[in-house]
Every structure is written in structure tokens, then in C-alpha cells.
Write a protein that binds this ligand. Structure first.
Ligand code: ZN
Length: 241
């Protein structure tokens, strides 16, 4: 959009290779003139997610020439210290499992605060104004660092602490998983929906698993259940239209 054109109007997208961050990347490519991506490697067992990143980026560029022209560098930052403060690392005899709040016990408290802070440091160096993340309050109320208030407070802290005017963008904040599928269709047509189904990875357990209608994954962890349930509602709404 012309209002966003010009120096310093580029965006840095937190891109994990999952459904949400892929939809978020499409949103940014639709909106900004230059888009770079950032992934974090912190020894998670979701190596499969990191492997998906390269494939998804290439597929999105192939999908739309305008997106290919805007898609800039991909960055990966190693944050090994995050793995060191996960529950499973602190107590090595604990298996990875879901906690009562529906979070895997590998979850690191405040993880997104750390991610966004590193993203801002990188955006500062790269001259990018917008920092875009797939945080969502609607489905993941268990993650306090995904809440809108957390993101807004962090934006203020980062702008004060770095003397910049970063804008933290969270296009998925108030929509649910069915609406996230619909947003993908609106941005990239059915081809983008198909790409997300086939190539992205969301499963908490890092399982590629069989190909379900909604994509790959174990099918039973909370992330797979959300994705499957959202896809079913998205498809049902399409049929009834
Ligand atoms: Zn799963």
C-alpha cells in the first residue's frame, strides 16, 4: 500500500513454518513493500517446523510473482538458552506432555517476549518498521505472552528502549482458527490454503504423521485439534455459502 511505501516501511515477520505464521507472512506480503522473515532455533523438537520454513517460503514465492518480488532475506537466530529453561530440560526425567492449561511442558514462560525483543533488535539493524507475529488471543488464552495487552506493552517498552517507532502487528489476534483459514483464502486463494495444508507444520509433538484433510500432524495434541476443528468449520462454511 502506498501509505506504507518508502524507506523504513518494511516488515519483519516471525516465521516458524506453521499455519499461523504462514498466514501472517501472506498478510505482510499483501501489505508491505519489503518483507523479511525470522525464525528461532532453540533446540525444540519441532525441527520439522524449521525445515518447513524454507519449503513454505519457496512455495509462497512461486504462488505469486508480486510476493516473490517483495520477499527478502530469511534470518535464523539460535536461542539455545530457551531450551535450557524448559521444564523438560530442567527435569530431564520428565517426558514431553501437555499440562493442565493445554500447553506442552516444553513451553518457556514469556517466550514471545523474548522472540519479539530479538526481532526488534534485528529490525533495528535492518531498518524495518513493522514487526509481524501470529499471536492470537482467541484460541490460545493459555499463553499470556500472546495477549494483546502484552504485545501493546512490549511495543511501548521496545520503542522507549530502542528509540524507534516500531509497530508490532498481530493480524490474527482476534480471529479464530476457522477465520485464519478464511483469511488465507482471501489473501492467496485456494492455492494458499492448499499450500498451508500440505507444507506447514503446527503439531506440538513435532509429528509429521499421516496427511489429514487439514494437513499433517499427530491429530490428537491441542495444536492439531485446534487446526482440525478450525479447518472443519472453515470448510463447512464454504459449502453452505
Ligand atoms: Zn499434534
Amino acid at each position: 500500500m502506498s501509505a506504507d511505501a518508502g524507506p523504513g516501511s518494511g516488515a519483519l515477520v516471525l516465521f516458524s513454518g506453521g499455519q499461523d505464521s504462514t498466514t501472517t507472512l501472506a498478510w505482510a506480503l499483501d501489505r508491505f513493500e519489503r518483507v523479511e522473515t525470522l525464525g528461532f532455533d532453540y533446540g525444540q523438537r519441532h525441527r520439522i517446523e524449521l525445515d518447513c520454513r524454507v519449503k513454505v517460503r519457496a512455495a509462497m514465492a512461486a504462488l505469486n510473482p508480486a510476493w516473490a518480488a517483495k520477499l527478502g532475506e530469511d534470518h535464523t537466530l539460535a536461542l539455545d538458552a530457551l531450551g535450557a529453561v524448559s521444564d523438560t530440560a530442567l527435569t530431564r526425567d520428565v517426558a514431553i506432555e501437555m499440562t493442565e492449561g493445554g500447553l506442552p511442558n516444553t513451553f518457556v514462560p514469556g517466550r514471545n517476549i523474548i522472540f519479539l525483543t530479538f526481532a526488534a533488535a534485528l529490525a533495528y539493524r535492518r531498518g524495518l518498521k513493522h514487526i509481524v507475529g501470529g499471536m492470537c488471543e482467541t484460541d490460545f488464552s493459555g499463553y499470556p505472552d500472546c495477549r494483546d495487552d502484552t504485545i501493546k506493552a512490549l511495543q511501548v517498552a521496545l520503542n522507549l528502549g530502542m528509540d524507534r517507532r516500531f509497530v508490532l502487528e498481530t493480524p490474527l489476534m482476534w480471529i479464530d482458527k476457522a477465520e485464519t483459514w478464511r483469511l488465507a483464502e482471501r489473501l492467496g486463494g485456494r492455492a494458499l490454503v492448499d499450500l498451508i495444508v500440505e507444507d506447514t507444520h503446527t503439531c506440538y509433538l513435532g509429528e509429521r504423521g499421516p496427511r489429514h484433510l487439514w494437513g499433517h500432524g499427530c491429530g490428537t495434541c491441542p495444536a492439531c485439534e485446534l487446526r482440525a476443528e478450525g479447518f472443519a468449520r472453515y470448510e463447512a462454511a464454504r459449502v453452505s455459502e
